[in-house]
Design a binder for this molecule. Structure first.
Ligand code: MCN
Ligand code: CUN
Length: 787
């Protein structure tokens, strides 16, 4: 086997270049839009210009008459097939194509199928929809007003825009600790609506073969198996006649978890026309209609003693879920894992109340590297810690150090019920402070302040709960969150691993091969990872919530160990020894005490397929399958420090440094972990400083292009300074914890804390994100500078 220079032949964990990059850097990736099938037709969606309007009529006659148009699908077409509405991930229903009303700007109204993409788009203009505009709810804070229009009048008996009330923690106990606290600090804060905005937008090619009755779907999906089962259930198609293929994906970040109307329309279109149908969104469609994230209005309070011991946290949250409740999270948790908001601190009590409401905005929710709403939770507690530090006039690092959970407290059950698996928080924070040169930075800041210059230092310490999840209390739409894995070792000792999770850029083809390599002692180059095809992989719920390593990674370790045990029995036969007397080391079974007597896994593989007499009950070949049900989530954590300079004249924030020390337990591939952290830190700068999906009072979307919805570039990002500590997860077979969302979760509060710290001489306690130049400048207006 040859290997590229610089890529060591890897036998396990360690920095290894990504196998998938060989095709990506040559432009040889294969994305949904690269799929071209004979006779393929193209779909385009007509979107509503109104945020809320009754549909009087839809006239598709002229569009149908377009010479290149093959079909026009409306809500009426779908109604006849009982497909006008589809279930959402939160047990609500969502209109596939609007029938009665449109409920957000950009809502899907009609689907045109034509010979080519341009004709499909052209024909959209020929559709005549008669709308009767209705009053709009564009601000969640007015959704429950007496006179607010009822958005979901399609739901039986609906008289308002209320979706759910949910609480966690102990209200009475929290009130008690707040009553005796010396200090209580409160703050309203908004985590605004943002969007994952992956480079590749969402898309599908649906191909219904009427002869075989088999539907093949190539789609941008983070969860191919979940999609297949949902298609089967919703459309009444036999599951074994549906194949969902998720080819290369140009970024998901949560955007590609759900099922969108364009997918359903393409499938229906293929059924109706008998030809394959492709639909790929453009950028504005992606930003306007697919999964948003956050939109949490939080009123938080923190209680402490005078000497800075935190006693409790409480929060009331108003959650804007848009026009259909499409939040993706385990059924039991309507606010995702938001209730891990006690963060990394030891406290006696905590309580949260979350109210979800409908507004005239796009549905979706919980996307964008959120770990199921932990982004919001971490932002809340980390802002509150800084506010408390300011109130007590103590250093924010010192306040955190004083309240961090101690190693001996793990496993630790927090005040809202989460069982943290392991941690050594103080060591991680200390390393970050050291890397930052924290004391020197504070000194520099003091000198600058004396000269009237604005420099800020922000800290955030986060704990996540990732790896959903244990079947006993986690599911998505009733499906348990256990993952299958299958490993087959060929006669020559090369292996194929089949997994249910779906990489969107995280490098699973590399890291999962490394897990097999580590456990079986063969080179990672000798392991092919098969994923993203329901016909070829075992069932599992997919990649989101940083669950791939915690769940499928564990499944891979377990299945590889099963193969190793099988190999032990075969080796026993080969060596004419009792398998119980064999020892394993570096890819070989050998007779205990006689390391020279062993057989390699490659020799065993050949023998297992050969004519060696196998002991009674030992099957030939060398393979295994497993289903892994995680006993708990994993709890990665980290300490982030951000240094900013702010120009008081323009309000412009420059991020000078970000120091990020992550602890995700054992690292399978430290280089990939660092890449994940790099991406998340850039996300954090984006969210803290420039991103917001804003709406005007008529519900017009104000950020439907990259001119308005800004993505950070290398210009806005400093050279990242990363550090690591390693505290293994005690329950994960490899000791690994998830990391894919850590930096997106942990960095926004570090950046915001830094900016607020910079603005301290103006008496600023808090400013809502995004801290754009305009927002910062406005915050400073009329405030005198005092050192
Ligand atoms: N890893 C490791 N050692 C660990 C933990 C992880 O080597 N201790 C490696 C993993 O094996 C994997 C990668 O790091 O190759 C991320 O692993 P994990 O934390 O398990 O997260 P997932 O693979 O489940 O990825 C999901 C996560 C999510 S939910 C979002 S959102 C996000 C993220 O990944 N979307 C991404 N990172 C992304 N990165 C890219 N390039 N594109 C996206 O869409
Ligand atoms: Cu919430 S975004 Mo990721 O879990 O796919």
């Amino acid at each position: 086997m040859t290997h590229t220079a610089g890529t060591p032949r890897h036998h396990g964990f360690g920095p290894m270049r990504r196998k998938e990059d060989a095709r990506f850097i040559r432009g040889r990736g294969k994305y949904v839009d690269d799929i071209k099938l004979p006779g393929m037709l193209h779909g385009a969606i007509l979107h509503s210009p109104h945020a809320h309007a009754r549909i009087r009529s839809i006239d598709v006659g002229a569009a149908e008459a377009h010479p290149k148009v093959k079909a026009v699908i409306t809500g009426e077409t779908l109604e006849a097939m009982n497909l006008a509405w589809m279930p959402t991930l939160s047990n609500d229903v969502q209109a596939v194509l609007a029938t009665d009303k449109v409920r957000f700007q950009g809502q899907e109204v009609a689907f045109v199928i034509a010979e080519d993409h341009y004709s499909a788009r052209d024909a959209l203009e020929l559709i005549d929809v008669d709308y009767d505009p209705l009053p709009v709810v564009s601000d969640a804070r007015t959704a429950m007003d007496e006179d607010a229009p009822v958005i979901r009048d399609d739901l039986e008996g609906r008289k308002d825009n209320h979706i759910f009330d949910w609480e966690a923690g102990d209200r009475a106990r929290t009130e008690e600790v707040f009553a005796v606290a010396d200090v209580v600090v409160s703050q309203d804060m908004l985590y605004p609506r943002v969007h994952p905005a992956p480079l590749e937008t969402c898309g599908i090619v649906a191909d219904m073969d009427k002869v075989t009755g088999k539907l093949t779907v190539w789609a941008t999906t983070q969860a191919p198996h979940a999609h297949r089962t949902l298609y089967a259930l919703v459309a009444g198609l036999p599951e074994h006649k549906i194949r969902v293929i998720s080819p290369d994906i140009g970024g998901g970040f949560g955007n590609k978890v759900g099922i969108y109307p364009g997918y359903v329309c393409s499938i229906v279109g293929s059924i109706l026309t008998g030809r394959p149908v492709k639909w790929v969104e453009d950028r504005s469609e992606n930003l306007m209609t697919t999964s948003f994230a956050r939109d949490y209005h939080m009123s938080g309070s923190i209680a402490a003693t005078r000497d800075g011991k935190v006693l409790g946290v409480r929060v009331k949250t108003l959650a804007d879920h848009g026009a259909f409740n499409g939040s993706a999270q385990p059924t039991k948790f309507p606010a995702g894992f938001f209730h891990v908001f006690t963060g990394s601190y030891d406290m006696q009590a905590a309580h949260c109340e979350v109210t979800g409401v409908y507004t005239n905005k796009a549905p979706g929710g919980v996307a964008y590297a959120c770990s199921f709403r932990i982004t919001e939770a971490v932002y809340l507690v980390e802002r509150l810690m800084d506010l408390l530090a300011a109130e007590l006039d103590v250093d924010p690092a010192e306040l955190r150090m004083k309240n961090l959970l101690q190693p001996e407290q793990f496993p630790y059950t927090c005040a809202t019920g989460w069982e943290y698996d392991s941690g050594d928080y103080a060591t991680t924070l200390r390393l970050a402070l050291e890397m930052a040169g924290y004391e020197a930075l504070r000194k520099e800041q003091a000198e600058k302040r004396a000269r009237g210059e604005l420099m800020g230092i922000g800290i955030s310490f986060f704990t996540e709960a990732v790896g959903a999840g244990p079947r006993k209390h986690m599911d998505i739409l009733g499906f348990g969150m256990a993952d299958g894995a299958e490993l087959r070792v060929h006669p020559t000792g090369k292996a194929v691993l089949r997994i249910s999770v779906q990489t969107q850029g995280q490098g699973h083809e590399t890291t999962f091969a490394q897990i097999v390599a580590e456990e079986l002692g063969i080179p990672a180059d000798d392991v092919e990872v098969v994923h993203g095809d329901t016909d070829q992989t075992p069932f599992g719920l997919g990649t989101y919530g940083s669950r791939s390593t915690p769940v499928s990674g564990a499944a891979t370790a377990v299945v590889t160990r099963k193969v190793r045990e099988r190999a032990r029995l075969v080796a026993g036969a080969m060596l004419e020894a009792d398998p119980g007397d064999l020892e394993w080391s570096e890819g070989r079974w050998f007779v205990r005490g006689d390391p020279n007597s062993g057989v390699t896994i490659q020799e065993i593989a050949m023998a297992a397929h050969g004519s060696v007499e196998l002991p009674e009950g030992v099957e030939g070949h060398l393979d295994a399958t497993t289903v892994y049900n995680p006993p708990n989530l994993t709890y990665p954590y980290g300490a982030y420090i951000c240094v900013v300079d702010v120009d008081a004249g323009t309000g412009k924030v420059s991020v000078r440094r970000i120091i990020a020390v992550d602890d995700c337990g054992v690292r399978i591939n430290p280089m990939i972990v660092e890449g994940q952290v790099h991406g998340g830190l850039a996300d954090g700068i984006g969210m803290a400083l420039m991103q917001v999906m804003a709406f005007d009072e008529d519900g017009n979307h104000l950020g439907a292009s990259f001119m308005d919805y800004l993505l950070p570039t290398s210009m806005e990002c400093p050279s990242w300074e990363l550090g690591a500590t390693v505290t293994p997860s005690p329950h994960h077979p490899l000791g690994a914890k998830g990391v894919g969302e850590s930096a997106t979760v942990g960095s926004p509060p570090a950046v915001v804390n830094a900016v607020v710290d910079a603005l301290k001489p103006y008496g600023v306690r808090h400013a809502d994100i995004p801290l754009t130049p305009a927002n910062v400048w406005r915050t400073l207006q009329g405030r005198p500078f005092r050192t």
